[in-house]
Design a protein around this ligand. Structure first.
Ligand code: NAD
Length: 249
């Protein structure tokens, strides 16, 4: 049970989507240690979600499949009914599809649709459903905040597949557009990680070798290192419209 509240955030609520594993779990842990009350979420791991929620003061867990718009709307309604406010939304949940970039037919319209549903449209629905609550929680000294977890594949011409990279590029551009249209009440930023050591990348040995050999830091990131950047973005009262590349150089 984490009780410290170093930043005076105890009454502030952060929703982290996909918070039962990988980067999302690390971000939820970090924001809880920054004093936030956490709304945990995942698509299916209910036991893990409930147990995570009991480890932080006043935290809650909600299950929702974000490829379904109605469930995305339900997630925000549940969080607001349980906590009464929302200060921070971290759009972390995402999916990948590993398809060689030259295999165009394998990257079928169905693959594109599935990736866009979860990686672009779900964050959009969650943001539009929570806009009013984020505005209500915002004040001049502490604007509300959205952090989108995109990917360096949305910045550089690489990644698990072209549809994945394009979905993350779309999320980056949405980040910049919303930073303009939701300002100054709501800050909107993204983190674009390179390789991160999570369940999503467990089997990607070629990528792990690449990072070891070619990246200046000589390794992929640990989820905690991405969570540190998320905490920095959340604690800022000024940064908006930024895509923070976090790929070890
Ligand atoms: P992960 O597989 O551990 O986590 C993904 C999370 O997304 C899970 O909690 C899952 O429940 C959730 N999710 C997936 N589909 C969902 C759906 N339909 N509805 C609700 N939730 C759903 O992987 P991770 O590596 O921690 O990925 C987190 C984010 O980071 C993703 O957006 C991913 O694209 C991004 N990312 C990861 C890496 C990496 O190397 N691991 C690199 C760049 C970006």
């Amino acid at each position: 049970m984490v009780l410290s509240d170093p930043e005076g955030n105890r009454n502030r609520v952060a929703l982290v989507t996909g918070s039962t594993s990988g980067i999302g779990k690390a971000i939820a842990e970090k924001l809880a240690s920054d004093g936030f009350t956490i709304a945990d979420h995942s698509r299916s791991s209910v036991d893990e979600g409930n147990s995570l929620a009991t480890s932080h003061l006043n935290a809650t867990y909600t299950q929702a499949d974000l490829s379904d718009q109605e469930q995305a709307k339900y997630l925000i309604a549940e969080v607001l009914s349980k906590h009464g406010r929302l200060d921070v939304l971290v759009n972390n949940a995402g999916i990948n599809a590993l398809i060689p970039h030259g295999e165009l037919k394998e990257a079928s319209p169905d693959v594109w649709r599935k990736l866009y549903e979860v990686n672009v449209i779900a964050p959009w629905v969650l943001i539009s459903e929570s806009e009013q609550a984020l505005r209500e929680a915002s004040n001049k000294n502490q604007p509300s905040c959205i952090v989108n977890i995109s990917s360096h594949a949305g910045v550089r011409p690489k990644g698990g597949s072209i549809p994945y990279a394009a979905s993350k590029a779309a999320l980056n551009h949405v980040t910049k557009l919303l930073a303009l249209s939701l300002s100054p009440a709501i800050r909107v930023n993204a983190i674009a990680p390179g390789l991160v050591d999570t369940p999503m990348t467990e089997s990607r040995t070629a990528a792990q070798e690449l990072w070891k050999d070619k990246s200046p830091m000589g390794r992929g990131a640990k989820p905690d290192e991405i969570a540190h950047t998320a905490s920095m973005l959340v604690s800022s009262s000024y940064l908006t419209g930024e895509i923070i590349l976090s790929d070890g150089g």
